[in-house]
Design a protein. Structure first.
Length: 255
């Protein structure tokens, strides 16, 4: 609860109201047409909730919960495009360079097709490239930045930040999330996403500090996840099974 009050006070300390992003039906349809698939019913519902939030001057504070594969990134993409097309800017934070690069690789072609300028900012971004990016962001020329903890640097400032998206929000500290929300002259609309909300997040939702949206429906063609637990004595079988999948052209993650 104390952390919740800290977040509320920090939100109130940011001058002005959030930038209103009014829904334009033609732009709404154009944004959805950029996606190489149709939204699920759950995604459509959440997009409508986002549109309602973004059209207000009070900052959105929404948690999007959904298992891996339910399409949280597509919803985030809609919010980022809405901000850029509405005359604002947007930041998207991911906890690792790998995930940030993945988001950038998938989304940047869609942003390009929409005529939106988007760049990647991570700890690996070169000094010259970083300086140019920061100048463009501060001037408003750059509309969307996808990045890692590098976004929390004091040098990162936006001209008209409208939306901040935090992926895997449970992996960021309270102070870091507040820093991201303070990158503009106004309090931005914040969309936090997670598959595993932590107790503190659930408490904030319970006490009305966060609105909650949930994705349960899997996109068409997605198979249900088959989870199995085996003992270390069967490790050779696991290695053999992974080998068979790789040999057939499939992929595997070993954590």
């Amino acid at each position: 609860m104390v952390e919740g009050l800290v977040e509320r006070r920090a939100r109130e300390d940011v001058s002005g109201h959030a930038l209103r992003v009014e829904r334009d039906q033609a732009q709404h349809e154009a944004t959805l047409s950029l996606l190489p698939f149709s939204l699920t019913g759950d995604q459509e519902r959440v997009v409508e909730e986002l549109c309602s939030d973004l059209n207000r001057s009070s900052p959105m504070r929404r948690l999007l919960q959904g298992d891996v594969g339910t399409g949280k990134t597509a919803v985030a993409f809609y919010a980022l495009v809405a901000a850029a097309k509405g005359g604002g800017q947007a930041l998207m934070a991911a906890p690792t360079e790998l995930l940030a690069e993945q988001h950038f690789s998938v989304l940047s072609p869609l942003f390009k097709e929409a005529g939106i300028k988007c760049q990647l900012l991570t700890g690996s971004t070169s000094g010259r490239e970083r300086s140019a990016l920061l100048r463009k962001l501060a001037s408003g020329e750059l509309q969307v930045v996808i990045g890692t903890h590098a976004l929390f640097s004091d040098k990162v400032q936006c001209d008209r930040l409208a939306v901040a998206v935090i992926d895997e929000q449970h992996r960021f500290g309270v102070g870091q999330r507040l820093m991201l929300a303070s990158k503009g002259r106004r309090a931005p609309h914040v969309l936090a996403m997670t598959a595993t909300p932590i107790p503190r997040t659930l408490t904030l939702a319970q006490y009305g500090e966060l609105d909650v949206s949930k994705l349960d429906e899997l996109p068409t063609g997605r198979q249900a996840i088959d989870t199995r637990v085996v003992g270390m004595d069967r490790l050779p079988e696991v290695v053999e099974a992974v080998g068979r999948h790789l040999a057939s052209g499939q992929q595997a993650y070993w954590v």
